[in-house]
Design a protein around this ligand. Structure first.
Ligand code: KG4
Ligand code: ZN
Length: 341
């Protein structure tokens, strides 16, 4: 079964063709990061306009790379939430147009479920080990969710952030340290240059719950940067790269610790067989390394380019919907605040 997956929930226009939910035939991602960088974050109106301009060239390229015509596909899958309403609308309406034109099946996919199914790309068999149940940590710019996955399509939300998402915290910290946008990769890069001592940030910890909280960490970063005299920035004065690197490294370590601790508590509580990481923050090298090092059960992590937003994960999730008999109506609409489980 060959499915075209379309993803436009935030600032990436992405399309991909995937066979049987796990064989990547093409994967095209047009990032708008440079356009939004000057604003320090994604501007929703600019994002939807840019999706309109990029959508069809991206789909054409995905089909060409897969050496397929639209009519040879079995279905078109598209993210219908959660995400920016205007951005989602471009994807959903494009998918409808393509599906109607060739009489293909249309499938609406939850973006978070897509991030989970990125773990099945790269050839993983549907019932591959470690097997269900699994704990999925989906950490992105808009979400930090712990999801119990009891089978294909069977999700239960067991924990979530009470304030900022992990990616959002990285993005805010990077802004304070003037490292640019998106902040996660920038913090990771700066942290490699750390040298000497820097006081640890207190680990954010929500008691008696699998929830996260990252907004206090951002405030702690502001206070620490103020103490060091690098925030608010004095005109013309360059930031000391060593101070920036040390703060970036400690900030990254605190976020990673918090995520690994809670995930492993959930692993123990639910007696699962494995951990799945997904979402843009799962591209973080320290998170990948620490989760694998500390987890008593297998950890499945997609390659970094499949952790950040892409169309392949949407097509992968859609395969399991169609395989299990789901069919969609043409009335499919965007649901900006859609949850999972
Ligand atoms: O999943 P994603 O591509 O888009 C959303 O659904 O939000 O995630 C984007 C987020 C951004 O906040 C970005 O800073 C973060 O993922 N991110 C990272 C890394 N790469 C992307 N965070 C930490 N380390 C990284 N290497
Ligand atoms: Zn995402």
């Amino acid at each position: 079964m060959k499915i075209l997956g379309i993803e436009t929930s935030c600032d990436e226009t992405a399309a991909s063709v995937v066979e049987d939910g796990r064989i990547l035939l093409s994967n095209v991602v047009a990032s708008q990061a440079d356009i939004h960088a000057g604003f320090g974050g994604v501007v929703p109106e600019i994002a939807s306009r840019q999706h309109l301009l990029t959508m069809l060239p991206v789909v054409e390229r995905a089909l060409a790379d897969a050496k397929l015509e639209l009519g040879e596909l079995d279905g078109v899958a598209v993210t219908h939430g959660p995400g920016l309403a205007g951005a989602l609308l471009v994807g959903v309406n494009s998918a409808k147009g393509l599906a109607i034109a060739k009489g293909l099946l249309l499938v609406g996919i939850n973006h978070l479920e897509g991030h989970v199914y990125a773990a099945w790309l790269e050839g993983r068999e549907p019932e591959a080990k470690p097997g269900f149940p699994l704990i999925c940590l989906i950490a992105s710019g808009g979400h930090t969710d712990l999801i119990l996955m009891e089978g294909h399509g069977r999700f239960r939300l067991v924990g979530r952030t009470r304030d900022d998402a992990a990616g959002e915290a990285f993005d805010k910290a990077a802004r304070i340290l003037e490292l640019g946008f998106p902040g996660g990769p920038a913090i990771q890069k700066a942290a490699r240059e750390r040298h000497g001592k820097e006081t640890k940030f207190t680990r954010p910890y929500v008691k008696d719950s699998f929830d996260f909280s990252f907004s206090g960490l951002k405030s702690a970063m502001v206070r620490r940067a103020e103490e060091k005299g690098i925030y608010p920035r004095k005109d013309g004065a360059p930031l000391d790269p060593q101070t920036v690197a040390n703060l970036a490294a400690e900030f990254q370590a605190a976020i990673v610790d918090a995520m690994v601790d809670k995930t492993l508590e959930a692993v123990a509580e639910y007696g699962v067989n494995g951990v799945v990481l997904g979402g843009g923050v799962a591209a973080n090298a320290l998170l990948r390394q620490e989760m694998s090092r500390r987890s008593p059960v297998d950890v499945v992590v997609p390659s970094p380019k499949l952790c950040t937003d892409n169309g392949a994960m949407i097509a992968a999730a859609a395969y399991f919907h169609l395989r299990d008999g789901a069919r969609y109506e043409w009335g499919l609409d965007v649901v900006p605040s859609l949850g999972l489980g």
